[in-house]
Design a binder for this molecule. Structure first.
Ligand code: ADP
Ligand code: TRP
Length: 379
């Protein structure tokens, strides 16, 4: 019997008598072709029907626990059911970070922070905004469809003008054009990738609405759905994580617990959490205690019940409550911190991950810009 380079699997038809090779030569290519075709169809259906989630993370400072629970965790959860594209918005950060070393190290640390928190670059397209030149071409195109009046109404710009007016300064003091046109660059980030949903904090929802307005202006002009109209996904149920002083944890208030603080620094910060003056023996109300609220983010249900009971009984001072909080926070953050340090020790590898993500992103970006150039008459 003739031997042939047929498949290694032992299918009964393939093994059937002297016709083995003939059968394989006849049906083999058809079989392989059909399998390839099916694979392509399923890939097409997957990409056509998976909704797209996109968000940008501005590298303006180091990540804190509020960012983790308010932005990172919900976005990673969303990536389980959406086709996710997450990026580091370094050109947005340039508006406020004018030190080259700081911008670079923030970019690396924020990217490493997302990877350490569980972002899988094989599942999520993860890249730097600055690696996608199509973003800036699309920004120029969108500028022609954005009324100045729309940008005058942007909260971030208005807040600076208001602060200037209150100080009797020039209304536009300290306003650069990057801040004024911020929503157009953000619209380009979003529209370039045909995003369906944009998970953001409440403060950013106006920017996503502006991106939707700009997309509609373009679509209206060319009488077709050239750009997908995006929707903000504001995680209403995500709690606002309090900072060391009780108000919202934010780098602008200097009250944060950095996500990757060393064990020693973490302990020191937790000991600094502001409490009331209730004595050790007094029963305490867990629900109004900031320490207990933070504890619930890190402890399991059983631990929460035990600690709540101890609060209500009395006999536990704030110092002990803080030690208990430190124990569970450190337990959760230690593996994250270790992963973060490992990633930061090899920034070359990190840059490769981001460059690979940018390659994938640019395949989509080039196609969108080609489509739009063609539609607007720039051929
Ligand atoms: P910051 O207030 O420290 O400057 P950002 O404005 O850069 O933080 O926020 C980045 C993301 O983290 C946003 O989606 C925001 O909603 C979320 N976030 C920031 N602080 C908190 C917090 N204290 N609780 C919940 N989410 C937060
Ligand atoms: N403006 C966002 C922030 O300050 C960051 C950002 C830039 C973004 N481009 C985006 C968020 C596109 C969502 C989509 O947090």
């Amino acid at each position: 019997m003739k031997t042939c380079g047929a498949p290694s699997f032992r299918h009964p038809i393939v093994l059937w008598g002297p016709f083995q090779c003939e059968v394989w030569h006849l049906f083999g290519p058809i079989f392989v072709g059909a399998a390839r075709y099916l694979y392509k169809i399923s890939l097409f259906l997957y990409t056509a029907y998976m909704r797209i989630s996109l968000t940008g993370i501005k590298p303006t400072g180091i990540l804190h626990i509020g960012n983790y629970f308010g932005a990172i965790q919900p976005a990673l959860k969303l990536a389980e059911t959406y086709d996710a594209r997450y990026f580091i918005a370094d050109y947005h950060a340039l508006n406020s970070v004018k030190d080259d070393k700081e911008l670079w190290s923030n970019t690396m640390a924020v990217a490493a922070g997302w990877l350490a928190s569980g972002l899988d670059p094989n599942k999520v397209i993860f890249y730097r905004q600055s690696s996608i030149p199509e973003t800036f071409e699309l920004t120029t195109i969108l500028m022609a469809f954005t009324g100045k009046g729309l940008l005058n109404r942007a909260h971030a710009y208005k807040a600076v003008v208001q602060a200037n007016l209150e100080k009797n300064s020039d209304p536009d003091a300290g306003v650069n054009m990057g801040l004024f046109t911020y929503p157009v660059l953000m619209a380009a980030d979003i529209l370039l990738f045909d995003s369906d949903v944009v998970p953001v904090g409440q403060d950013q929802s106006q920017h996503v609405e502006m991106a939707a307005d700009i997309a509609q202006a373009v679509n209206f002009n060319y009488r077709k759905e050239l750009l997908k109209v995006p929707q903000a996904l504001v995680q209403e149920h995500v709690a606002v994580i309090p900072g060391l002083d009780g108000q919202k944890m934010s780098k602008s208030y200097g009250n944060t617990i950095p996500l990757f603080s060393s064990e020693k620094q973490l302990h020191k910060l937790i000991m600094r959490i502001v409490t009331n003056s209730q004595g050790v023996d007094e029963p305490k109300d867990p629900d109004s205690s900031q320490i207990y609220q933070m504890y619930t983010l890190f402890a399991d249900v059983e631990e929460q019940a035990v600690l709540a009971a101890r609060y209500r009984t009395g006999g536990m001072g704030w110092g002990e409550a803080k030690e208990e909080l430190f124990r569970v926070v450190n337990r959760t953050l230690t593996p994250l911190r270790n992963r973060f340090e490992e990633i930061m020790a090899d920034t070359k590898k990190l840059e490769t991950i981001l460059a690979e993500g940018a390659e994938k992103a640019r395949v989509i970006a080039r196609e969108t810009v080609r489509r739009i150039r063609d539609a607007i008459g720039i051929r």
